[in-house]
Design a protein around this ligand. Structure first.
Ligand code: 0O2
Length: 221
């Protein structure tokens, strides 16, 4: 009897993790399609880099404990929404919202939650757009709607977040206040850099647009 139950549990656990792996593949493909098609249509690529990861069983269990959740597959499925995670790096802030709209307007995607840490940065200076979505995964005998966490940020935001993450763990979550202040300052400088780069990019676009009008005019004569 016990052996039978264990076998069932193993099948359920493997299927549970598989669903997240498939969801990552599904959403990754969506981003690759957007990346390639956008490049073809606009001769410009808004997605610089795509990275995906599965939360490790250890981190899942840590979160179960921290949140005081019941240790069961349905409870984990319902409450832990970042088991499948994708991070998108863009060149410019406006691309972040464009990518977000292109993804969330797809019919099979359900937008569950948006946390806009760009419009409302965290007190430490962290900026990024976080989405929780659900994507249907078609299995042999059922459809599962799987949660995926998507973090969309510029290269500058990502650079800052990776360093802050390293410092946070290096100091075991107790970062000296001087260092915290400096990190906050660096986040402000990263915001200024993002604004400056976007402005330069828009100026370049305007020049390109003017040039093409001139070229069209010359063709007419
Ligand atoms: P990991 O290893 O990156 O996955 P919740 O997931 O809802 O329980 P929370 O904090 O409400 O927790 O979610 P939120 O605010 O959407 O943040 C989740 C993830 O965003 C974090 O995942 C980090 O990846 C990133 N993040 C949030 N705040 C910061 C920050 O201040 N600095 C940096 N560097 N990253 C941040 P995890 O679960 O912490 O870890």
């Amino acid at each position: 009897q016990e052996g039978h139950e264990l076998k069932h549990l193993k099948v359920d656990l493997i299927r549970f993790m598989m669903a997240y792996k498939f969801a990552l593949e599904e959403v990754n493909t969506k981003f690759h399609i957007l990346q390639e098609e956008f490049q073809y249509m606009h001769e410009y690529n808004p997605i610089e880099h795509i990275k995906s990861r599965m939360k490790s069983p250890e981190s899942i269990l840590k979160k179960v404990k921290k949140k005081g959740l019941e240790l069961s597959i349905p409870s984990i499925q319902h409450h832990i929404r970042d088991i499948a995670g994708i991070r998108i790096n863009c060149s410019f802030t406006k691309d972040i919202y464009e990518i977000c709209n292109m993804l969330t307007s797809q019919k099979d995607i359900t937008l569950i939650e948006v946390k806009d840490y760009i419009k409302n940065p965290k007190p430490n200076g962290y900026r990024s757009l976080h989405l929780i979505i659900q994507v249907p995964i078609f299995m042999s005998d059922r459809v599962e709607n799987v949660y995926v966490e998507i973090q969309i940020r510029t290269i500058a935001m990502d650079f800052w977040a990776s360093l802050e993450h390293k410092i946070y763990y290096k100091y075991n979550k107790d970062v000296p206040s001087k260092l915290k202040e400096e990190l906050k300052e660096a986040a402000e400088q990263a915001t200024l850099l993002d604004q400056k780069m976007e402005k330069l990019h828009m100026e370049m676009d305007n020049i390109k647009a003017k040039d093409s009008i001139v070229n069209e005019d010359t063709l007419l004569f």
